[in-house]
Design a protein around this ligand. Structure first.
Ligand code: HEC
Ligand code: HEC
Length: 452
């Protein structure tokens, strides 16, 4: 009897275990499924949304108090207004502003003015229209600060978007929706600053006369700026060409270690702090004792740029969200028809093999995971720009949106645009690495590059 009961109990136990097992298994599986498409913890989502919104505002609209420099010291607003409005010179008409590469946010242009522009009735030769656009906060990267009359400019400050945004031209050339992170390759920032009445701040910093300062600024040309001039005072390369580099894209930066064309400065947030403090002349704190190296950075060492401590700090608190926003900016993908799909497929094989590109441009990051820097002779170019950076090297350029030479890569390839086209780049590598690519292979490789 006992035996039978034991058997029954055991059988019952086994059945329960089997049922429970199935149940747990099912639940477990369900858990995994939920895990795969789990909703973010609401507090994480909330933080991300807040950071994105705040970072976007900073990137687009924050002057970091730079109006004290560009307005107060350099008096750029006087050159914008022109003599007729109480400033100096001819003033900056909308036509001239667009010619110099400034962009207008169509969504911020007041409707009556937009209608006039559309109808061809706005006087685009009148600096007063530029001032009105500033009043509407429609000029990308520049904020006007107005006197009490609400009409005349007291000062102007600048933003990151000045060089790192453009527009889609949907309203008219130079007027459209913002494209954050797209470099402004039309902007002649040097020519704009050179119109300012008072360049004594630069005269003092660089210890050269005003005519030289103006000569340097006007040497840069469209899409270029020199982000190290304030450190080493080197305005021209040994070959006599301007030392300025192209404005790089500020999208597709997530996962990338070294930044700028030459790297070894720090992460994206280092550079953000550097630019806001030392280039834009915002108010804040900046620390980098490497800039005390008087041999490499004579100007920075003398002016103590690595130890900037303004009484007021309008930068530091904005760095986290600004960083977050930049890392979120996606790389624009190639539109259909931008490249030949079959050729690109063959080109990809070459990129990863015979042409040796992927040894440095590691897909899908297209720069090395790790220390993504190289000496100039490794890529067969001069080391002038590399030597201005802490590690004397060039960053393996992140290959981004190479299909677009109308905006993103307007002005050419490499840090100074020395190669006008992708075929020029490929021919350079073919010579330098002696890869002996056939003409057909070169074409295939280029089609692949255009797909990245
Ligand atoms: C006057 C034009 C100008 C302004 C304004 C400007 N930048 Fe830049 N930015 C450049 C140039 C030029 C470089 C390349 C510098 C170099 O390699 O030496 C650069 C590089 C960068 C990079 C590195 C990108 C990469 O490919 O690794 C980041 C990030 C960046 N800027 C962010 C900012 C932020 C944030 C602001 C505002 C605080 C800003 N920049 C304001 C011109 C500008
Ligand atoms: C030894 C490492 C290395 C190899 C190998 C290499 N590159 Fe580069 N590449 C670089 C560096 C470094 C730069 C940045 C040069 C500069 O800024 O002046 C660069 C820049 C570029 C650019 C310009 C990007 C821009 O935004 O201007 C293109 C395009 C490019 N490489 C394509 C290729 C192709 C195609 C190959 C193979 C044929 C290749 N690279 C092989 C290191 C390398």
């Amino acid at each position: 009897m006992l035996k039978t009961r034991q058997w029954r109990l055991m059988a019952f136990g086994l059945t329960v275990a089997a049922v429970l097992g199935t149940w747990y298994g099912a639940v477990g599986q369900k858990r995994t499924e939920t895990g795969a498409d789990a909703k973010l913890d609401p507090s994480v989502r909330e933080n991300a949304d807040r950071m994105l919104a705040e970072g976007m505002r900073t990137f687009r609209f924050d002057t970091f108090g730079s109006e004290e420099f560009w307005g107060g010291a350099v008096k750029l607003q006087q050159a914008i207004e022109g003599e007729k409005l109480g400033g100096i010179g001819p003033g900056l008409s909308p036509k001239k502003a667009l010619e110099l590469g400034l962009k207008v946010d169509a969504t911020a242009v007041p409707t009556p003015m937009a209608d006039l522009i559309k109808a061809g009735k706005a006087n685009l030769d009148d600096p007063a229209v530029t001032v009105a656009l500033l009043k509407a906060n429609a000029v990308i990267g520049i904020t006007g600060f107005f006197n009490q009359d609400g009409k005349s400019l007291k000062s102007v400050g600048i933003q990151c978007a000045l060089c790192h945004s453009t527009v889609d031209d949907s309203f008219a050339p130079g007027i459209g929706r913002r494209l954050d992170g797209w470099p402004n390759r039309d902007l002649d920032i040097g020519a704009i600053v050179a119109t300012a009445p008072d360049l004594s701040a630069f005269v003092k910093m660089l210890e050269v006369d005003e005519a030289t300062v103006r000569k340097v600024f006007t040497s840069w040309g469209p899409g270029k700026f020199d982000a190290e001039l304030n450190l080493d005072g080197k305005a021209f390369r040994p070959d006599g060409k301007p030392a300025a580099t192209l404005n790089p894209p500020a999208f597709g930066l997530a996962g990338v270690n070294n930044h700028t064309w030459t790297g070894a400065w720090g992460t994206v947030t280092y550079w953000n702090a550097y630019v806001a403090n030392l280039e834009m002349h915002g108010k804040g704190n900046f620390f980098d004792p490497r800039l005390d190296n008087a041999e490499k950075y004579p100007v920075a060492a003398r002016t103590r740029q690595g130890h900037k401590q303004d009484g007021e700090d309008r930068i530091t608190a904005k760095l986290p969200a600004l960083h977050f926003y930049q890392l979120s900016l996606p790389v624009p993908t190639a539109p259909t028809g931008a490249f030949d799909v079959a050729a690109a497929g063959r080109g990809e094989v070459l990129f990863n093999g015979k042409a040796r590109c992927a040894t440095c441009h590691v897909p899908p990051l297209f720069t090395e995971p790790g220390w993504n820097l190289h000496k100039a002779d490794e890529i067969g170019i001069d080391d002038f720009q590399a030597k201005r950076a802490p590690d004397d090297r060039y960053v393996t350029a992140k290959l981004r949106a190479l299909w677009d030479t109308k905006k993103i890569h307007k002005g050419g390839f490499y840090h100074d645009g020395r190669f006008a086209t992708l075929p020029d780049v490929v021919n350079h590598y073919d010579d330098h690495f002696r890869t002996s690519l056939s003409e057909r292979e070169k074409t295939d490789l280029i089609e692949y590059l255009k797909s990245i």
